[in-house]
Design a protein around this ligand. Structure first.
Ligand SMILES: [Zn+2]
Ligand SMILES: [Zn+2]
Length: 147
C-alpha cells in the first residue's frame, strides 16, 4: 500500500497546465493511476479502466502512459523483475521513496527516509549532478515471509 499516495501531484491539473487536451478516456486512466493502491502495469491498468469503459483500447493505455512519462509525471519501475519483464507505473510523488520487493510473496512496500533526501543532496553536491529521477529497489523477504 503506497503510503505516499497523499503526496501525489494532481496529474490532471499538471497535464492541463501543459496544454494537454483531456479526453474522457485519458481522464479515466489518470484517475486510476492517481488513486491506485498498488503499483500497476499497463495490463492491470487496462483491465481496471475497461470495467468503467469497455470501449477503451489498449493502445490508448500505452499512449497515455507514454505521454505521462514524457512529462515526467509517472515513474516506470521494474520492481526487481519479480514478474518477468513487466513494468509498473506510479504517479511521481513530491518525495522519493525506496521500493522493497519481497521475492517470495511479491509484496511491494515503500520506504521514505530523510536520509535518502540527504544522500541525494550529497550526490548533487559532490558530483555536481542534478538528479531528476532516482530509483532504488531492494529485493528480499518481507516480515511475513522472512524464514
Ligand atoms: Zn513476502
Ligand atoms: Zn512506489
Amino acid at each position: 500500500m503506497p503510503e505516499s499516495r497523499d503526496l501525489r501531484r494532481p496529474l490532471e491539473q499538471e497535464l492541463i497546465s501543459r496544454g494537454v487536451r483531456m479526453t474522457h478516456q485519458r481522464r479515466l486512466l489518470i484517475q486510476i493511476i492517481q488513486g491506485a493502491d498498488s503499483h500497476l502495469d499497463a495490463l492491470a491498468l487496462w483491465q481496471r479502466a475497461r470495467r468503467q469503459d469497455p470501449t477503451l483500447n489498449k493502445v490508448t493505455v500505452y499512449r497515455t502512459l507514454a505521454m505521462l512519462k514524457k512529462y515526467g509525471l509517472v515513474d516506470e519501475l521494474d520492481l526487481m523483475h519479480l514478474e518477468g519483464g513487466r513494468h509498473y507505473y506510479e504517479a511521481r510523488t513530491t518525495r522519493d521513496h525506496i521500493h522493497l520487493a519481497c521475492i517470495k510473496c511479491g509484496r511491494i512496500q515503500e520506504f521514505e527516509s530523510s536520509l535518502f533526501e540527504k544522500l541525494k543532496g550529497q550526490i548533487e553536491r559532490e558530483r555536481r549532478f542534478s538528479i531528476k529521477v532516482v530509483r532504488v529497489e531492494a529485493g528480499g523477504f518481507c516480515d511475513r515471509c522472512k524464514p
